[in-house]
Design a protein around this ligand. Structure first.
Ligand SMILES: *Cc1c(COP(=O)(O)O)cnc(C)c1O
Length: 460
């Protein structure tokens, strides 16, 4: 089939995620056939830099020999076996490695909460990992004799996935509003969105004021609160909203003080995106539950996990007939091929010294992004590690946004695509999130293309 035929059949049979299919009928789209390093290659042989890591999951580029061969080796043994009542070597090896890598608590924390994340519950996607964390937190309190603790608190603008439970702890009206009657009730705490904070953007002030609201919520509702859920350091899908320094350590103190479990959703921030393996490490904090997915298999196969402490795990132990069991599991839980890809990914982090080699790339992006302020539509640039959000505004003085009918983000990424980079915006925020292995030369090219695309769309 040639490209035209493939596109016609796609339009005939497929419904794409987060896509207005009416427009899909009208505009052309690349049909990606191959990958090579950090490039995607379409059926016409055009090459594109993978500027958002194939939706934030690719780590070492495409067709990585070590991951390819780990999957092939696993394939030579077995592709899938259930995890309900059985186990397999790849999942066991992976769980041990994940526990070893998980953020460790600061010394000096009270003994009973000396919460090392040393239990791994596998699933298939970030959304499921979040569902599992929510259900675990809820059931934990029910079985600990504190049945009132049923509610969840979250940050405004939050995104934790697309299933109904994870949408309940989300706060992006555009995606979530219509489902409102289906969702469970939650308490929203203002996210420390510096650029749009009502009383100005001094980070210390934003931190103090947002944490004051959080403390008030925890003080008022803690008897009813099961857990507080957030992305540490950077709310990614919210529009790359970064948090002031010291924010997550204070959140940890407050949730502990008010006996509320803390869930860190590291689905986006995990596996090196922030410059460390997990975002929580930047301030030496450990949550009670942590969700991971996206980068875990190097961007190869769907796999996720919810990590938790022995304290929480213990609350689910009992005789069969007590029914304290965690009644949750998916058909493909801990799929062996995905586990093999994840083990190879973790091994590569070590072998390639990926995190050390990432630091100059982070600095390069930081210094080059400053020049983007020469473009008058660039209102704010936010960066944590190699996660970048460039917020475009119609008026820099008033910070007024472009009219949605201008589809500013979409037009910028379409322009970038013509120049050879695949991006995906979040509304009027242009996101850059290259694979960790992208070379300095490629990052420079990605930045050149992004700059030119913003300039052409907003100034010419
Ligand atoms: C992507 C994402 C999810 C959802 O993960 P899926 O694998 O797409 O279900 C959840 N939380 C965060 C922070 C994410 O970035």
């Amino acid at each position: 089939m040639n490209t035209r035929q493939l596109m016609a059949k796609d339009r005939q049979w497929i419904w794409h995620p987060f896509t207005q299919m009416q427009e899909w009928q009208e505009e052309d789209f690349p049909v990606i056939e191959r990958g090579e390093g950090c490039c995607l290659i379409d059926t016409e042989g055009r090459r594109y830099l993978d500027g958002v890591s194939s939706l934030w999951c690719n780590v070492f580029g495409h067709r990585v020999p070590e991951i390819d061969s780990a999957i092939k080796k696993q394939l030579g043994k077995i592709a899938h076996t259930t995890f309900l009542g059985l186990t397999h070597p790849s999942a066991i090896e992976l769980a041990e490695k994940l526990v070893a890598l998980a953020p460790k608590p600061k010394s000096g924390v009270a003994k009973e909460r000396q919460g090392r994340l040393n239990r791994v519950f596998f699933s298939d996607s970030g959304s499921e990992a979040v569902e599992i964390a929510l259900k675990m937190a809820y059931q934990y309190w029910q079985q600990k004799g504190q049945p009132r603790k049923k509610k969840f608190a979250k940050l405004t603008n939050a995104y934790h996935g697309d299933t109904i439970g994870s949408v309940s702890v989300g706060g992006i009206d555009l995606f979530h509003q219509i489902y409102h009657p289906l969702l469970f009730e939650t308490i929203a705490i203002p996210s420390p969105y510096r650029y749009r904070w009502p009383s100005g953007e001094d980070p210390e002030k934003v931190k103090t004021e947002s944490l004051a609201v959080m403390e008030k919520v925890l003080r008022t509702y803690h008897e009813d609160l099961a857990a507080f859920v957030m992305e540490p350091l950077m709310q990614a899908a919210a529009g790359m909203i970064d948090q002031p320094k010291g924010y997550i350590s204070r959140v940890r103190e407050l949730t502990r003080k008010y006996n509320t479990l803390l869930i860190f959703d590291e689905v986006a921030t995990g596996f090196g995106r922030t410059g460390k393996m997990f975002a929580a490490e930047h301030e030496n904090v450990t949550p009670d539950l942590m969700t991971i997915a996206k980068g875990m298999t190097g961007g190869y196969l769907p796999l996720a996990a919810t990590l938790t402490t022995e304290e929480i795990y213990q609350a689910f132990l009992g005789r069969y007939e007590e029914f304290k069991t965690f009644f949750h599991g998916h058909t493909y839980t801990a799929n062996p091929l995905a586990c093999a890809a994840a083990i190879a990914t973790l091994d590569l982090f070590k072998k390639n010294k990926t995190l050390a080699k990432l630091q100059p790339k982070i600095s390069l992006m930081k210094s080059r992004l400053k020049s983007f302020y020469q473009l008058k539509a660039v209102g704010d640039i936010r960066q944590v590690g190699i996660m970048v959000g460039i917020e475009l505004v119609k008026d820099r003085g008033t910070r007024e946004l472009f009219d949605p009918r201008e589809k500013i983000g979409v037009r910028v990424i379409e322009c970038a695509r013509k120049k050879g980079a695949i991006l995906r915006p979040l509304g009027s925020v242009i996101v850059l999130m290259p694979p960790l292995a992208m070379t300095i030369k490629e990052i420079n090219k990605l930045l050149d293309i992004t700059y030119q695309a913003i300039k052409e769309v907003t100034e010419e």
